[in-house]
Ligand binder design. Structure first.
Ligand SMILES: [Zn+2]
Length: 69
């Protein structure tokens, strides 16, 4: 199936050390562009090879969830 940019994006980037610079990061911008091009977005079910856990970001991530996003 044809997907946006024909690649798999990472929704774990918010808790990844390199997430801010990762070309796989599933950002709001990516989602918006995909929506505009009417293509489905493929994303990783599990953390990809490039994922490096960041404790600080992990905390921020859960703080956001607690606040109810
Ligand atoms: Zn990555």
């Amino acid at each position: 199936m044809l997907c946006y940019k024909d690649m798999t994006f990472c929704s774990f980037y918010t808790s990844c050390k390199d997430g801010d610079n990762c070309f796989r990061a599933l950002t709001d911008k990516v989602l918006e562009d995909a929506r505009n091009s009417r293509l489905p977005v493929s994303n990783f079910m599990e953390k990809p090879d490039c994922f490096k856990e960041s404790k600080a970001k992990m905390k921020r991530f859960f703080d956001v969830i607690k606040k109810g996003y």
